[in-house]
Design a protein around this ligand. Sequence first.
Ligand SMILES: Cc1cc2nc3c(=O)[nH]c(=O)nc-3n(C[C@H](O)[C@H](O)[C@H](O)COP(=O)(O)OP(=O)(O)OC[C@H]3O[C@@H](n4cnc5c(N)ncnc54)[C@H](O)[C@@H]3O)c2cc1C
Length: 382
Amino acid sequence: MTYDVIVVGIGGMGSAAAWRLARRGVRVLGLERYDIPHAMGSSHGVTRIIRLPYYEAPAYVPLLRRAYELWREIEAASGRALLVTTGSIDAGPEDGALFQGALASARVHDLPHEILTAAQTTDRFPAYRLAPEARAIYQPDGGFIVSERAIIAHVEAAQDAGAVIHAREPVLEWGVRPDGTVRVVTPARVYEAERLVLTAGAWIGDLVAPLAPLAIPERQVLAWLQPSEPALFRPNRFPVFNLEVEEGRYYGLPIYDVPGFKFGRFHHRGETGRPEMLRQEPDVEDERLLRQFAARYFPAGNGALMALRSCLFTNTPDEHFILDHHPLHPQVVIASPCSGHGYKFCSVIGEILADLATGDGTTRHDIGFLRLSRLGPPAGQV
Ligand SMILES: Cc1cc2nc3c(=O)[nH]c(=O)nc-3n(C[C@H](O)[C@H](O)[C@H](O)COP(=O)(O)OP(=O)(O)OC[C@H]3O[C@@H](n4cnc5c(N)ncnc54)[C@H](O)[C@@H]3O)c2cc1C
């Protein structure tokens, strides 16, 4: 079977890429090793934060603006509610990397924002109990994406535009033929295409071996706890947050679809390894570690356990994404290692992947800071 583009991995990024390609009239095949959607990778757990004053680097903000536009576009196309606005809080010590980074992004890009003390934050959003000396940036456009629903929306829209999508069909290997076409092997058959998009998330190192040391899967755990005052944790009263505190860096979201307030700790217990080696089932130590945080900073949210779920980050050495052509094969495009903060960008990364995998392979988006070459020459043959 011959296609214009094959997309490997129909998770957050791959589903968006399949839609953006199909709506341009490209003949697309999407191949996914598990179900669509599923809970083995990086995009499950109901919701993902989206926020504009990006403390990780101001260069992400133009991509975020486009991501918002494209989330609204797929919402309209699918008729599904995908983006819920709550406002965002980025808080920590005034001289800390998180607060200063968010402030820099807000100022460089002239984003509407307010700086709040800990007491002002509690006055506005009573569930919050920040350390007294903490400073918070409130930005009204923050919120969350309903992540598995968004995968479904992208897949259905891609199918409506003519894409062929197969679940439970893992890609075993791929190669480039002397004529430049791409060959993709699954247990079912061998496919051919002009171009290939690899959006395999935590498995990207299996498909591009020298990326394995640059894209490290890491186990994360999310907790949902029943609040004593649920009204304070609903989307209209509870902005999504990123907090830098003594215990580490944490993120959280309001009650939505699971009857509990949701949060997690970046680099939870530092457990890295191949996805198959990382424990899926959470344990009492996962809960203990997360509860300590809730008890101190969101005491009204530290009630009965409603859910604990594990999930995978794919970390690069500098925690920025890798979004590029394959260094040896320009007809192959690599995405996915998003270091635990990529979901909000899926809509715009889908557009960028479609740019890189069609025509002359250029994009109008400024992704220079996400190119693979910044991490040095890949070890060995790519
Ligand atoms: C606990 C947690 C919380 C997070 N919170 C946020 C947040 O609040 N905001 C935010 O923006 N980001 C967040 N992230 C990060 C974000 O979720 C990820 O960056 C994003 O989901 C990655 O999408 P992906 O498409 O790369 O991976 P996935 O959605 O996992 O997709 C990769 C797909 O490739 C498939 N695949 C792999 N190998 C093969 C193969 N050989 N053949 C066929 N298919 C294959 C996999 O089965 C999978 O479906 C969080 C991540 C975690 C784990």
